[in-house]
Design a protein around this ligand. Structure first.
Ligand code: PXL
Length: 276
């Protein structure tokens, strides 16, 4: 059984089932040693809450990573999610250089936008910095909005395969290696992921639930990382993560009060089974 040491860099949103409060349990359930580096501390995530607190932890990052270097602590994978500032992107690039074991896998979820809009607090300068990180990573997991921002493509709600293939080509031409493009939907009933691996694209289509849930990108990227680091191919990891995320959404839809995240915890046994 693969037991890998994975560093994940993203914020702690204390309430809201996203970023580290999702990544740590999912990666642990996938059977990996999970090391966290919080990029910021927020009372809640920024999607739909007002007056949330935000404590930027950029200043802590080099202190923590310097200590790890002194202790010769190295990682099999570095997986990044929501980063709080352009400076943090610089630091992550240094981590890629300094904190990896020989076969380091770098996985970047450019968590910064959805449904055609940047998340609160981000601007175009951040997008420009994020391009540098994305094109230096082994695997990226943008949604369509993020992929459009990364490739200077006009975002469209309705599109065809040519539009998606063009985005994948632009990402690949800019240096992206393995691409997991999430939320790709060609009709009302289904959605899926376009996986570009070893120079070829493959689409995985599954049921679409109309509810737009918060935090599903983080659930997806964490499950993908857990599965990929178990030795699955990118396509197989992408399908396992898609099936798991769908089950998390199904487990949440009936509960109108639970709109800030998905109830991913009771479905962890399903993910574990798929990884055995
Ligand atoms: O789920 C992505 C995410 C992570 N962290 C914070 C967020 C969001 C999305 O809005 O606000 C703080």
């Amino acid at each position: 059984m693969e037991y890998k040491r994975i560093l994940t860099v993203q914020d702690i949103s204390c309430f809201g089932q996203c970023s580290l409060t999702v990544a740590l349990p999912i990666l642990s359930a996938a059977g990996h040693e999970t090391v966290i580096l919080p990029s910021a501390l927020l009372s809640t995530h920024t999607g739909g809450f007002k007056n949330f607190t935000f404590c930027d932890l950029t200043g802590e990052i080099p202190k923590i990573t310097n200590h790890w270097q002194e202790q010769n602590i190295k990682f099999d994978a570095i997986y990044t999610g929501y980063l709080g500032s352009a400076q943090q992107i610089e630091y992550v690039k240094e981590m890629f250089k300094n904190l990896g074991k020989d076969n380091l896998v770098t996985i970047v979820d450019p968590a910064m936008a959805d449904a055609g809009k940047l998340y609160t607090g981000f601007n175009n300068d951040f997008v420009e910095e994020m391009k540098k990180l994305v094109f230096a990573a082994d695997i990226i997991l943008p949604n369509i909005t993020e992929a459009c921002l990364l490739t200077d493509t006009v975002y469209r709600e309705n599109y065809d395969e040519d539009y998606i293939n063009n985005i994948i080509k632009k990402l690949s031409d800019s240096g992206a290696k393995t691409i997991i493009l999430t939320g790709v939907s060609f009709n009302n009933k289904t959605t899926g992921v376009m996986v570009f691996e070893n120079g070829k694209s493959r689409y995985y289509e599954h049921k679409r639930i109309s509810k737009n849930s918060h935090g599903t990108g983080d659930v997806y990227a964490s499950a993908f990382t857990g599965a990929f680091m178990k030795g699955k191919s990118a396509y197989d990891a992408a399908t396992i993560a898609a099936d798991y995320t769908l089950k998390c959404i199904e487990n949440t839809v009936g509960d109108e009060g639970h709109c800030y995240g998905v109830k991913f915890e009771p479905v962890l046994p399903y993910l574990i089974d798929r990884l055995l």
